[in-house]
Design a protein around this ligand. Structure first.
Ligand SMILES: Nc1nc2c(ncn2[C@@H]2O[C@H](COP(=O)(O)OP(=O)(O)OP(=O)(O)O)[C@@H](O)[C@H]2O)c(=O)[nH]1
Ligand SMILES: [Mg+2]
Length: 393
């Protein structure tokens, strides 16, 4: 049985009895030969779009989460996230023309800047006092409000708000802390897990293998190593990035980079038979930004025209909805573009019948990912059964 996902290949002439036969064939095939039916999913997207966070969620949802030892192993990463965040905020004060609210904060800033880039192994009382002073400083808060102008970890506020708990001696990272922690991915890693198949689809279990890659520009040449045998690409794009530029290239808008990358993935000939599912991620941060007075139109002027489209008005209630729809529409438009042959990795075809599926997600929210992934699973499993059907008749 060859698995090819998400292509609409249902046989309209198939009778109910035939469908049942196919269904049973598929189930016995699945249980008799697990290895052949492992569904391989590849996570793609620019840096910080949330790929590794999705892998962590799969672990929480399908492999019993993290043991106490594994949680303790995350402490250095979380300490580093805090250290990087506070250091970066202090460093950006001067270039942004901001002033500290007090002399005490200025002294704390000197202390933090005198430390090496690597986070301390233990947070001393002195270190903790300086971090708390700085995070409570009006100047630092003003700097944080302008953090779209320089690279800052998305979880900076989460960790600094939770600093008192994290700096305790007996600290063990919670699941939420692990989901918010950030370590750049280099190379390729994978996770394998089994999920129950719903009774309506025959019951039993299905094995999934998910591949995680690094999203920074210099990591992307490694992606091709895992294109072989991939049944579905899960492309993550961060909705909140519209007002930020790349770490790797400070002149390039992050959302624009993500859209360009999406085009390259959509048109890539090695992925032409894989299904494509898009997670429009970090919409929690996007909503926070818009409520704080940021507008996508300042970065994508075509938004103004888009928001006047009459057909959109029923489904869009406020600027957050419009912004979400605008980004989604940009992706839909890309899937309808004529292919311009400018790369040897591009498909030969100029028109593709492939469908692309979109979900708005918050990768740090386990409930959200559980619900979305359950939809994705169902779709993949039922498409597998349909494909088995079309190859039999
Ligand atoms: N608030 C919020 N934070 C998120 C969301 N998704 C991811 N993050 C955070 O964003 C940061 C980057 O996420 P990662 O999963 O490491 O991103 P990545 O795509 O693996 O990045 P690379 O490994 O560089 O390619 C982490 O600190 C996550 O906790 C989200 O939907 N909302
Ligand atoms: Mg990663």
């Amino acid at each position: 049985m060859k698995l090819r996902l998400l292509r609409c290949l249902r046989n309209p002439k198939q009778s109910t009895r035939q469908k049942e036969e196919v269904h049973h064939h598929m189930i016995s095939d699945m249980s008799s030969n697990f290895k052949d039916t492992t569904v391989k999913i590849l996570l793609l997207g620019t840096a910080e779009s949330g790929k590794t966070t999705i892998i962590k969620q799969m672990r929480i949802l399908h492999i019993n989460g993290f043991t106490d030892d594994e949680r303790r192993e995350k402490i250095p990463e979380i300490y580093q996230n805090i250290h990087d965040s506070i250091k970066q905020l202090v460093l950006q004060m001067e270039p942004l023309g901001l002033r500290f609210g007090s002399v005490t904060s200025e002294r704390s800033a000197h202390y933090i800047l005198s430390l090496p880039a690597e986070a301390p192994e233990y947070f001393t009382e002195e270190y903790c006092d300086h971090v708390v002073t700085l995070w409570n400083d009006v100047g630092i808060r003003a700097c944080y409000d302008r953090s779209n102008e320089f690279p800052l970890l998305d979880s900076a506020k989460y960790f600094l708000d939770n600093f008192a708990r994290i700096s305790e001696e007996e600290y063990i990272p919670s699941t939420e802390d692990i989901l918010h922690s950030r370590k750049v991915t280099t190379g390729i890693s994978k996770i394998t897990f089994r999920v129950p198949i719903p009774k309506s689809l025959g019951g039993g279990e299905q094995e999934f293998r998910m591949y995680d890659v690094g999203g920074q520009r210099d990591e992307r040449n490694k992606w091709i190593q895992v294109f072989e045998g991939i049944q579905a690409v899960l492309f993550l794009i961060s909705c909140s990035e519209f007002d930020q530029n790349l770490r790797e290239d400070p002149k390039q808008n992050r959302l624009q980079e993500a859209l360009n990358l999406f085009r390259a993935v959509w048109q890539n000939r090695f992925l032409a038979s894989a299904g494509l599912i898009v997670f429009l991620n970090k919409y929690d941060i996007m909503e926070r930004k818009i409520r704080a007075g940021k507008h996508i139109v300042d970065y994508f002027p075509e938004f103004e025209e888009f928001s006047k489209r009459p057909q959109q008005q029923q489904s869009c209630f406020d600027e957050c909805d419009w912004t979400k729809m605008f980004i989604k529409q940009k992706m839909i438009d890309i899937t309808h573009e004529q292919f311009k042959r400018n790369s040897r990795n591009q498909c030969d075809v100029t028109y593709s019948e492939r469908e692309c599926y979109y979900h708005f997600t918050v990768a740090t929210d386990t409930r959200c990912i559980r619900d979305v992934f359950s939809d994705v699973q169902q779709m993949i499993l039922s498409e597998n059964i349909n494909m088995a059907g079309s190859s039999l008749f």
